[in-house]
Structures are given as C-alpha cells and as structure tokens.
Design a protein around this ligand. Structure first.
Ligand code: FAD
Length: 404
C-alpha cells in the first residue's frame, strides 16, 4: 500500500499530525494498540491538561533543553493551540492555575475531536498495526514500513511512538531499537517526572492528601542546595505531586529533601501563635489546639505530632516548650531521605529519546533524511507537569505539516 505520508503512533503527537495534514495527501496512521490515544485518555487524571495559559516566554525553562524547544514552541504556541481547538469546535476551560483543559474536562472529548478531524480528511487509521521494521529504499526515495500484518510505503514518514513510560499503554519504546538499526542516535531513555520513595516512609495513611505551596530544599553530597516551591502529594508508597515530579531530575538516591509544609509562616510566629492559644485554653488537648491553629490537614497534623513524640491527647498546658518546638520544626523542616525513584511503570514521561543533535527543528526532520520526522515524547525532550508535554507534542507535530 503506497501513501504520501505514514504516521506511526496514535498518541497526541500522531493524532494532531494526521488531523492537520491536508486531504490531498494520502495519509495513514499506524497504531500498535487496538485503539488510539490510550495514554492520551489518562492525561490530567482523565481530564487532559492540554497546555498552559502562562506567557509563552516562561515555557522554555519548563523543559530539559530550553534552547531547542524555544523556537518550536514560539512558532506554534499555547495561544495558537487554544485558538486551533476553539476554531474547530473544541471548547476549552482555563483554570485559575493557568492549566488548560477541554471545557468538559474529558480527555475522551479531545481524542474524539482528533479522530473526527482525521476522518474529515479521509485519512486512514489502522489499528493493531505494530511497526516492527523500517527501511528506506534509496532508489525509490520511499520508506517501507512493516507491521506484523502488512507492508506500507510512503515518501514521508512521521514517527510519533512516544517514550517508554507507562509501557502498558503501548508506549514501550519499541521504535527506539528500530531507529538505532537505521543509524538514528537515541539517548538512553530514563524515567522522568517520577515520584520518590523515601526511607522509613510513614505517610501511607495520608495517601491522597495534597499540600499546596510547600517549599522543598534538595541537598546531597557535592550538590548545591536546590530550593523549589509547589504542591506535594502523599501516596500509599511514596511522595509525589508537582513539586516532587518536576524536580525529580535534580534528585539522587541518598539526597535529603527538607519540606517546609507552612512556607508562609516563620517558626517564631507559629510558636507565638500556639503559646497564645494555649494560654486562652490551657485544658484543651494539644491535638485540638494544633488543629485549630496550624493551617494543615488534620491527618498531617496527627502524623507530625506522632513524629514529634508526644501524646496528642494531653493538655496543651502539659506540653513542654521543647515538644512544641519539635512539632514546629517538623512542620517547617521535615526531612525525607531518598531511597529510590519510580520506574517506567509510573513515571509520567521519559527523558532521553531521539537525540536533538540529529533533528532539524524547523520541521522536526532527521538531519540525514528530510522526509523522516520525529515528534512528541520520542524526542529527547521532557517537560514539567502542567500541560507542557502535550504542548510539545502538538507544536512538534505542527512542524511536520509545514512544507508537505
Ligand atoms: C498518567 C499520565 C498523565 C499525564 N498527563 C499529562 C497532562 O495532563 N498534560 C501533559 O501535557 N502531559 C501529560 N502526560 C504526558 C503525556 O501524556 C505525554 O507526553 C504524551 O502522551 C506524549 O504524546 P506522544 O504522542 O508523543 O506519545 P504517546 O502518547 O506515548 O503515544 C505514542 C503512541 O505510539 C504507539 N506506538 C508505540 N510504538 C509503536 C509501534 N512500534 N508501532 C505502532 N504504534 C506504536 C503507542 O501505542 C501510542 O499510542 C501524562 C502522562 C501520564 C503517563
């Protein structure tokens, strides 16, 4: 079967590319799964955080390689992406934190939108077509793509196979070994945006509890201290949330993460506040006084009292100054020692992939063959959480359409 364009991978990048190629180019999208967008449907916990509405100038620093992504993102930026969706009938919602979602907060709406756009152009989507071999036939200037079932040929090949994270979704990195065989340099894929397992984890009971705007300080041997702010989430086995995921790239096993759960207040202020509350109600249980005066979820307060080693039910007047100081120190400087990081099974994205040194950013083509393109997460670019990875998938996909 001969096409003008073959796209491999029916994730956000591949779907966007197929949905934007003019109908005059006979195009087929090959997807290894029995349906498209399996990972896409999981994005933003099923709500799909499409992009971020912050100023595009802030975007580049959200990725591992700001220099490479800048122009790509500027040329098809977040506002253009939002206009594209709205213009074509997909309504969006911008949340207070700048995250952009489909107005009904359903990832399935976005997947269906793309499938509809692809159908309008009469492009084909072939499911259960896992690509096993890619060859370039020099004489014919054609790519030959083999799946378990069929052979496809085209003059242009757009690869959108994703990274290796959440391999059960189909993004298993299978294209990387195929690419190495044809001479493409692939940087070793590694899990990125990972949650962090810590020694003696005692926050299991707080699974699902998130604390907003904590300060974290990452420190380790031979490492300059790194300070970051954001939301932390406790899970049943590790610590997660944007401030951990986004900064996991700076962390190593054995490093310490010091968390300030109440970044807005100083230790002295908190101590004074508790002392004043105690003098007004000396017979109250310390737990109740702390719950009323410390702006943290009760379950976390209980855990921090436990870590401070005093009886939560004893009267506040019987709690020593030292014990209160210990509690406040735990609120302001809770120490976690890093044991390990989550693997590909639960890493949100992959770092590594097709080396950007071999990609022409103006159309995401391989420097050694202008008709072979790499888009989305299979490129050695990874962004923070907040819509940046999908924006990169769409911006790179847009590039491949130019000059078709
Ligand atoms: C749980 C979770 C939530 C996320 N939420 C967000 C979010 O809200 N916002 C955000 O910006 N990012 C989010 N991300 C990251 C985002 O999902 C990815 O960056 C994005 O899906 C990458 O798109 P892609 O098209 O490049 O690759 P993928 O989405 O990985 O798609 C690749 C496709 O290629 C197919 N494929 C692979 N190999 C072959 C082959 N050999 N033959 C045929 N087909 C093949 C796969 O089956 C898959 O369908 C999230 C990730 C996870 C895991």
């Amino acid at each position: 079967m001969i096409y003008d364009v073959i796209i491999v991978g029916g994730g956000p990048a591949g779907l966007f590319a197929a949905a934007n190629i003019d109908k005059k180019y006979k195009t087929v999208l090959l997807e290894g799964n029995k349906r498209v967008g399996v990972k896409f449907l999981m994005t933003g916990a099923g709500q799909c955080n499409i992009t971020n509405a912050e100023n595009i100038k802030k975007f580049p620093s959200r990725y591992n390689n700001p220099g490479f992504v800048r122009k790509i993102l500027y040329e098809f930026n977040n506002i253009m992406l939002m206009e594209y969706f709205e213009k074509n009938g997909l309504k969006l919602a911008v949340r207070e934190d700048n995250k952009v979602f489909p107005a009904d907060y359903k990832a399935s709406t976005v997947v269906e939108f793309f499938v509809g756009e692809i159908k309008k152009r009469n492009h084909e989507i072939k499911l259960n077509e896992k690509v096993a071999e890619i060859k370039y036939i020099e004489t014919a200037e054609m790519f030959n793509v083999k799946t378990g079932n069929n052979n496809y040929s085209a003059r242009k090949l757009i690869l959108a196979g994703g990274g290796k994270s959440y391999p059960a979704t189909g993004s298993d990195g299978s294209l990387f070994s195929i690419l190495k065989n044809i001479g493409v340099t692939v940087s070793e894929p590694r899990p990125a945006l990972t949650s962090v397992r810590v020694e003696d984890y005692s926050f299991k009971e707080l699974s699902g509890v998130a604390i907003k705007n904590v300060n974290i300080t990452i420190s380790g041997p031979d490492k300059k201290k790194i300070k970051k702010t954001g939301d932390i989430l406790f899970t049943h086995k590790d610590i997660s949330g944007p401030v951990i995921l986004n900064n996991s790239r700076y962390m190593d096993k054995g490093d310490e993460i010091v968390v300030d759960f109440i970044a807005g207040d100083t230790m002295d202020f908190l101590e004074k506040k508790i002392r004043e509350a105690a003098s007004g109600a000396p017979k109250k249980a310390v737990k109740s006084v702390l719950e009323e005066n410390i702006d943290l979820p009760n379950r976390l307060i209980e855990r921090l009292i436990d870590a401070s080693e005093f009886d939560p039910m004893k009267k506040i007047s019987e709690v020593s100054k030292k014990e209160i100081r210990r509690f406040i120190t735990n609120c302001k400087e809770y120490r976690f020692k890093i044991n390990s990081f989550s693997g590909f099974e639960s890493a949100m994205v992959t770092s590594g992939g097709v080396s950007v040194d071999e990609i022409e950013p103006k159309n995401m083509s391989w420097v050694r063959n202008k008709n072979l393109h790499f888009i989305g997460e299979m490129v050695d670019i990874d962004g923070e959480t907040g819509g940046y990875n999908l924006q990169f998938a769409f911006s790179t996909a847009k590039k491949t359409i130019i000059g078709l």
